[in-house]
Design a protein around this ligand. Structure first.
Ligand SMILES: Nc1ncnc2c1ncn2[C@@H]1O[C@H](COP(=O)(O)OP(=O)(O)OP(=O)(O)O)[C@@H](O)[C@H]1O
Length: 255
């Protein structure tokens, strides 16, 4: 197949990501001194992602699958720039709207409205833009009656709806969603899937981490399967890779 070079929005090349635990900044000065004296100071290193390589083009919707701890969220952190790859590189062309850990970027004691503005500011939206869009956000997330309630009174599903509504408000060039669409109820899942399709049909590249193979098959045109940080498969044969993964989960032997 002819290689297209234009329109690449995300390129991951041999990306490996290492976590270090127990080092100085993790344990603090006092514990470090004690462990040094006891000759019990070790830094543990752990490769969470190992040599992942893929390219995405405008309009691609990549689904990432893999069992717990396979490195999906860690890879997203490298794509969004929260973490630097230890080896390899990630090149991103375009503005990213990412919905990673739920609740991060929210303050439980502030109201829903104040949190919407706070989150908006974190995504780079101005106050006047938020003034203009707030009604749309609150109505899309079906939280019209909760505007002045403290954020901590919202259920996890409600929090997700708010976060999704804010992140998807503008037309991002790249949309990254980590396990968030499964949290809302069925009706909201449908609505957010519709919204995602709208964003994608306008040319955005989307990455979706999901444990729902049905959702991946329905939405994605590309798929990446990670296992213990390794790339088991990447391609556009979404149904086939999902089936192989299902066999793997069932414990069947794959020929
Ligand atoms: N801050 C950290 N320090 C050390 N190890 C970490 C850290 N965060 C994650 N890990 C480890 O890295 C590996 C990959 O974690 P990651 O969260 O990327 O997996 P995941 O595929 O997103 O899992 P899940 O499906 O459970 O969300 C796991 O073994 C995890 O324990």
């Amino acid at each position: 197949m002819e290689e297209r070079n234009t329109g690449i929005t995300i390129e991951a090349s041999e990306v490996s990501i290492r976590y270090r635990t127990g080092d100085f900044k993790d344990i603090g000065l006092k514990e470090w001194v004690i462990r040094k004296i006891r000759k019990d100071y070790h830094v543990e290193e752990f490769m969470a992602v190992k040599g992942v390589t893929f390219k995405l083009y405008e309009g691609d919707l990549l689904g990432i699958i893999g069992t717990n701890g396979s490195g999906k969220s860690t890879l997203l952190k490298a794509i969004t720039g929260i973490m630097e790859p230890t080896n390899g590189y990630v090149k991103v062309t375009g503005q990213i709207a990412a919905l990673l850990e739920l609740g991060s970027g929210f303050d439980g004691n502030l109201t829903v409205k104040e949190n919407a503005y706070l989150r908006g500011a974190m995504l780079g939206y101005t106050k006047s833009f938020m003034d203009e869009k707030y009604k749309e956000i609150i109505s899309f997330s079906e939280l019209d009656n909760f505007s002045n309630r403290p954020f901590k009174q919202l259920s996890t599903g409600m929090q997700t709806r708010l976060a999704f509504s804010i992140a998807s408000l503008v037309q991002p060039e790249i949309l990254i969603l980590d396990e968030v669409l499964s949290v809302g109820d069925g009706a909201f899942q449908e609505k957010s899937a519709r919204k995602m399709r709208e964003i994608i049909s306008n040319g955005a590249t989307t990455i979706l981490v999901s444990h729902s193979l049905e959702q991946i098959k329905e939405l994605c045109n590309k798929i990446l399967w990670l296992h213990k940080g390794e790339q088991v498969a990447f391609g556009d044969n979404v149904a086939e890779i999902c089936d192989n993964y299902q066999h793997f989960l069932n414990g069947d032997v794959i020929s």
